[in-house]
Design a protein around this ligand. Structure first.
Ligand SMILES: CC(=O)N[C@H]1[C@@H](OP(=O)(O)OP(=O)(O)OC[C@H]2O[C@@H](n3ccc(=O)[nH]c3=O)[C@H](O)[C@@H]2O)O[C@H](CO)[C@@H](O)[C@@H]1O[C@H](C)C(=O)N[C@@H](C)C(=O)N[C@H](CCC(=O)O)C(=O)O
Ligand SMILES: Nc1ncnc2c1ncn2[C@@H]1O[C@H](COP(=O)(O)OP(=O)(O)OP(=O)(O)O)[C@@H](O)[C@H]1O
Ligand SMILES: N[C@H](CCC[C@H](N)C(=O)O)C(=O)O
Ligand SMILES: [Mg+2]
Length: 487
């Protein structure tokens, strides 16, 4: 694409654009620049991309987008905000890919990965070709690609949508993290449905206050737009049991569909019954009242299913088909995943890494545990420190035997993270075992018939990040080994 054509996506810029080179790709990392690339200089949290502009030109960059004039041999286009400009340029370069498919965005503290998989199942059961972008991977039809972030940067994102459109994908479902919203990674995405799960404490290291965190989430709903044409309706699907709902509804001009359990809602569950193997409830939607029998466990799973039902209805699927598809779902990898080697106690690996998710999971297991409960839990390094004592407190409140251990310490000292956790539970009874493998083994060695062990925080992760290195580590594999050694 010619530079001038690409620049038509920007509302304003300065700089000498007398040359009009052909642009072959957009990059924000100089190490990926090829001859003909447009290099966008982004001020990051670690380094400033402007410092790599010269290196980008040396690698063949045909033009630079920056926030200040730079003296270089190629055109330098100066904009106020390179994050925002990069998203617009990427959308243009990849020919507005999100206008070529249905796009469903899910935001909220917990439940995004789960709901995205539920909706993908609804769509593929309706014979649609699907795409998925989220914490575990990016999926284009049947092909799976590794991802670094839950929501990638805008160039990777638009490139992925372009690949989806080329592959003939009908609908893409994606997790939209609050970081992505705050950093404008999703500017330029044309969403058809936006879903809000819940807002509870996480990521305060990044957003600083809950108000600011809520504001970031709200950006998805203000971005949704207000097209009311019958073939391009926009829907905001909102959990009304969460107190942020009122604000989020006020930010959108799209159609609003609510879901909930405690409050009256367009899609609602009543008469919920939870066992260790599933959940039943009555589903109320569009004037109908139908029973549902899930293989997923817990009240939080009912919320996720209600969000998926609401999405299915907005996508014009039939209620009986939606119910049949969702009743088939056995679970999502690392979310309330049972490790069953025939032992007479229950072992659950779950991705709870926030206070709210830990509390939900522990409340759920307490509803069916016949014996004692254990929780093996840690907190991630280089992340919100204020959630550490709260999570420790929840562990002590809901488990008979809380065991504190390491999650992904990253560049922090594991001992320091554990000290932050312990600060929340002075005088309470708990055990601390720094090594996660030893902690898992300790819980399994002590388990008696009827007990429930929850191994929380890492779910599907197959690594442990210590320092800047990732080591092979899978809670499910370790738990299985430990159980077998006891049998
Ligand atoms: C705080 C944050 O979001 N950081 C993201 C950010 O990194 P950064 O600001 O540190 O980037 P940087 O290293 O300073 O580099 C600045 C610029 O210089 C460029 N550069 C850098 C070095 C070089 O040699 N050459 C070069 O050109 C970089 O490509 C970049 O454009 O930009 C990177 C590239 O897009 C992201 O991968 C990175 O996410 C890091 C890995 C991260 O941990 N992010 C987390 C906090 C995050 O975003 N999490 C959310 C939510 C998860 C959830 O739902 O719970 C997510 O969406 O994943
Ligand atoms: N609707 C929900 N409400 C509260 N907790 C939930 C809900 N759904 C799932 N959880 C809990 O949160 C954990 C993470 O779920 P999931 O991966 O679906 O959320 P996420 O929003 O994608 O998380 P992340 O921000 O890490 O991407 C689960 O393992 C479970 O403990
Ligand atoms: N997307 C979340 C995942 C946290 C998972 C947990 N195991 C941790 O490392 O803190 C984050 O990056 O904050
Ligand atoms: Mg996720």
């Amino acid at each position: 694409m010619k530079l001038h054509t690409l620049l038509s996506s920007l509302a304003s810029y300065t700089g000498d654009v007398s040359q009009n080179p052909t642009i072959t790709s957009i990059e924000n990392d100089n190490r990926l620049v090829q001859p003909g690339s447009l290099f966008v200089c982004v001020k990051g949290y670690t380094v400033d991309g402007h410092d790599f502009a010269e290196a980008a030109v040396a690698s063949g960059a045909a033009a630079i987008v920056a926030e200040k004039p730079l003296s270089l041999s190629v055109p330098v286009i100066v904009v106020k905000d390179t994050y925002r400009a990069m998203a617009m340029l990427a959308d243009k370069f990849y020919e507005h890919p999100t206008q070529k498919l249905k796009l469903i965005g899910i935001t909220g503290t917990n439940g995004k990965t789960t709901i995205s998989h539920l909706i993908e199942k609804l769509l593929s059961d309706d014979n649609k070709k699907t795409g998925l972008i989220g914490t575990m991977y990016t999926k284009i039809a049947d092909k799976i690609f590794e991802t670094k972030n839950t929501t990638p940067d805008s160039v990777t994102l638009q490139k992925t949508f372009h690949a989806m459109a080329e592959e003939g994908v009908d609908a893409a479902v994606m997790e939209v993290s609050s970081h992505a919203l705050e950093l404008g990674r999703v500017h330029g995405c044309d969403y058809d449905l936006a879903i809000f799960t819940n807002l509870t404490q996480d990521h305060l290291d990044f957003h600083k206050t809950m108000e600011r965190y809520k504001f970031a989430k709200s950006l998805l709903f203000s971005q949704l737009g207000n097209a009311y044409y019958d073939d391009k309706r926009k829907y905001a699907i909102i959990n009304v049991d969460d107190e942020a709902a009122v604000d989020l509804i006020s930010y959108t001009a799209a159609h609003v569909v609510t879901y909930g359990i405690d409050q009256d809602a367009d899609v609602r569950a009543t008469d919920i019954e939870i066992t260790s193997s599933g959940t039943t409830f009555m589903l109320h939607a569009r004037g109908e009242k139908l029973p549902m029998k899930l293989q997923l466990v817990g009240k939080f799973s009912v919320y996720n299913v209600l969000a998926a039902v609401a999405a299915g209805l907005c996508l014009n699927l039939k209620l009986p088909d939606i119910i049949a598809s969702l009743e088939e779902v056995k679970g999502v990898s690392g979310r309330f995943e049972l490790v069953n080697e025939g032992q007479d106690y229950t072992v659950i690996v779950d991705y709870a890494h926030t206070p709210d998710s830990l509390e939900n999971v522990m409340k759920t297991v307490n509803e069916f545990a016949k014996g004692n409960t254990f929780v093996v839990v840690g907190c991630g390094g280089d992340r919100d420190k204020t959630k550490r004592p709260i999570m420790a407190n929840i562990a002590c409140e809901y488990a008979t035997y809380p065991i504190f251990t390491s999650d992904n310490p990253r560049t922090e000292k594991p001992e320091d993270i554990l000290k932050d956790m312990e600060a929340g539970v002075a005088g309470k009874s708990y055990t601390t075992i720094i090594d996660r493998k030893e902690a898992i083994y300790a819980s399994i060695k002590q388990a008696k018939p009827g007990d429930v062990i929850v191994i929380a925080g890492k779910g599907h992760e197959t690594y442990q990040e210590i320092g800047k290195q990732r080591f092979d580590f899978d809670d499910r594999v370790i738990a299985r080994q430990a159980i077998q050694e006891q049998l």
